[in-house]
Ligand binder design. Structure first.
Ligand SMILES: [Fe+2]
Length: 299
């Protein structure tokens, strides 16, 4: 497969590999909720259009916990159901394959992501709220973008900051102050660069390692790894993740969460074929959907 512009421009930085997870180790990865193989499978098949619906339903049916969760989701008020759903195939039809993956993923990780993450000064619920808002924003892009939104955008948007969960355990108040000050002093171009300097890794790289540990496909791990990369070029998946992250921050501002540069925003909107008013409308939509999602997923 030909290299994308992003891959070419970062050939020296190995954007598709984990160089180091710094202080984060295997015990940290294992402390997260175990990721069922069936979810890793769903994450993978969304990039494989040749895999049929029947095949996906067959794999889901081997995981009883997933079946139960899926039927609960498909029959909930959230899915605006009018008639009861009792089979996996009907549930897949009702929710769509990528929604099944994302909703089950969100409900599996909600407990971990709701915890306060003091290393990043995130209070209880803040990481979960930010991540779900980014997921909702990515879903809304489909209605506004003039370009097709790549598969996996909503999953990558939901998971983009997952690395904070583990790296945050090793960030003391003093280190956080040093990271922020060094960025303010323009010693580093981004918080990720500063994290690399002080911790030997950054939350995007740790996020990639988590997704890799779960057996998630390369398209997702690379999008998570690069969500703070300064250039987007023509990578629509990365553009979708970055703008979703930015929209989530507009709705629920994060302490110390740095914003997209205006030039970057313009570049992203060009890649996605969007105009500024689209962003404003997506913010309104996400705020509305958030109320229902929050109740249903208890995030
Ligand atoms: Fe981030």
């Amino acid at each position: 497969m030909a290299q994308t512009e992003v891959e070419k421009s970062n050939a020296g930085q190995a954007p598709d590999t984990v160089n180091s997870t710094g202080p984060v180790g295997l015990k940290d990865f294992e402390s997260l909720a175990p990721m069922p193989k069936s979810l890793a499978y769903l994450a993978k098949v969304q990039f494989e259009p040749e895999v049929g619906f029947q095949e996906v339903a067959r794999v889901i049916e081997t995981d009883m916990a997933l079946v139960a969760n899926l039927l609960r989701l498909a029959n909930s008020a959230w899915s605006h159901t009018t008639s009861p759903v009792s089979t996996v195939k009907d549930a897949l039809n009702r929710l769509g394959m990528s929604n099944v993956l994302n909703l089950v993923l969100i409900s599996s990780l909600a407990v971990s992501m709701k915890k306060a993450c003091s290393g990043y000064e995130l209070g209880e619920d803040e990481l979960a709220r930010h991540s779900v808002a980014a997921y909702l924003a990515a879903n809304s892009l489909l209605r506004f973008s003039q370009q097709p939104i790549p598969k996996g955008a909503a999953t990558a948007a939901f998971l983009h900051d997952i690395g904070k969960l583990l790296l945050g355990r090793y960030i003391t108040r003093e280190v956080l102050d040093q990271i922020r000050q060094s960025v303010l002093d323009k010693e580093f171009k981004s918080q990720c660069e500063a994290e690399q300097h002080f911790l030997g890794t950054d939350h995007a790289e740790v996020g990639m390692a988590i997704a890799h540990h779960w057996g998630f496909p390369k398209e997702l791990t690379v999008a998570i790894r690069r969500h703070h990369a300064p250039e987007v070029f023509d990578d629509a998946l990365l553009a979708a993740v970055k703008i979703s992250d930015s929209i989530a921050k507009m709705i629920f501002p994060l302490v110390g969460g740095w914003e997209l540069e205006p030039a970057e925003q313009i570049e992203i909107m060009k890649v996605l074929g969007m105009v500024p008013s689209d962003i404003a409308l997506i913010c309104v939509l996400v705020e509305e959907e958030w109320k229902e999602t929050e109740k249903f997923l208890q995030v």
